[in-house]
Write a protein that binds this ligand. Structure first.
Ligand SMILES: Nc1ncnc2c1ncn2[C@@H]1O[C@H](COP(=O)(O)OP(=O)(O)O)[C@@H](O)[C@H]1O
Ligand SMILES: NC(=O)OP(=O)(O)O
Length: 317
């Protein structure tokens, strides 16, 4: 049946790791809370596409199969593209279910659809020469070095939080299933898509082939939002507002930034490369591609208030 469509804004939401946790059980508990905040927005008439990160999950799946394969000699290894698709499936399943249950609890006549999404990337993207995307669990330096020797994988220190495997993170060029996502959104569905930025694929001679890499979900969400001409790109993370002098005694919250101001802060090194910088860059990409749109960075808890313009950091062209 055709579900009602909201009469409000169209929004692409990118969910950060704190909305999902690091393990399946943590995730199961957390997505119920995440769903509540998404349904708060839907209840206001907002039309929503939800994308999400998958760094911990895709690494966990790939690593689990590699470990089992090495130990029982029977389990196959699971390549990164397939592990990425699996992560979209199980995160999308939990998110869709939690949103659907919350919609039913509140008697809201909307439904969900979850799409395993592919994202075209450029084979010449320099990111393939320099792996930067942390995936999987945090390890100690000793554990990381042992694992690197055992597997040949690359590990790097992640922003003072421990050591993690890193893989290439090319830029998204095109969301393959864009038309399907748009049609479902136009039909009133709350669409979960482009999880983990979409499974990266090369497009050659009209054929798609998976690539072992992980795209930044904030960048893919920005691309999706720009292609939709969405009113807003909403990046939900652990902080209510972006700050200057983050973590220092003179830390100050930013409520609004133009692209020019954001670029000035970037030049000053205000945003950490592995965390806040790609979010701000994704917001810049969105508003530059779609100047009528606004980008919002805030926390999950503040999402509904942020949409109403009451909090968060808003980036405009
Ligand atoms: N200038 C800044 N302002 C606010 N937070 C910042 C800043 N620089 C770095 N951060 C950190 O970036 C984090 C968000 O990045 P990250 O944890 O990678 O996001 P995700 O929610 O997608 O997992 C924030 O929780 C904060 O700890
Ligand atoms: N794919 C992606 O951006 O995942 P994380 O947000 O978990 O790093």
């Amino acid at each position: 049946m055709p579900y009602q469509k909201g009469d409000g804004k169209s929004v692409v939401i990118a969910l950060g790791g704190n909305a999902l946790g690091n393990t399946p059980q943590e995730q199961l508990d957390l997505v119920k809370n995440t769903a509540k905040h998404i349904v708060d927005m839907v209840g206001e008439g907002t039309n929503v596409v939800v994308s999400h990160g998958n760094g911990p999950q895709v690494g966990m799946i790939n690593n689990a199969f590699a470990y089992a394969s090495a130990h029982d000699g029977k389990t196959p290894e699971m390549p990164f593209p397939e592990a990425g698709a699996m992560s979209q499936g199980y995160i999308g399943y939990q998110l869709s279910q939690a949103i659907l249950n919350d919609l039913k609890d509140r008697g809201i006549m909307r439904s969900t659809a979850c799409i395993v999404t592919q994202t075209v990337v450029d084979p010449d993207d320099p990111a393939f020469q320099n792996p930067t995307k942390p995936v999987g669990a945090f390890l100690s330096e000793e554990e990381a070095k042992a694992k690197a020797a055992e597997t040949g994988w690359t590990f790097k220190e992640d922003a003072g939080r421990g050591w993690r495997q890193v893989v290439a993170s090319p830029k998204p060029v095109r969301i393959v299933e864009f038309d399907a996502v748009k049609d479902l959104m136009d039909d009133g569905y709350i669409v979960v898509s482009t999880g983990g930025g979409g499974v990266p694929v090369f497009e050659e001679d009209g054929q798609y082939t998976g690539v072992p890499a992980v795209i930044d979900k904030d960048r893919s969400s920005a691309k999706l939002a720009a292609d939709f001409g969405a009113d807003m790109l909403v990046i939900l993370t652990a902080v209510e507002k972006v700050c200057i002098n983050f973590g220092k005694p003179d830390q100050a919250e930013i409520s609004t930034m133009t692209v020019a101001e954001a670029e000035e802060y970037i030049a000053q090194g205000q945003f950490a490369p592995g965390s806040m910088l790609p979010k701000v860059e994704a917001c810049i990409e969105f508003v530059q591609a779609h100047p009528e749109g606004k980008a919002l960075i805030t926390s999950l808890e503040c999402a509904a208030a942020g949409l109403e313009g009451k909090t968060g950091t808003v980036i405009t062209a």
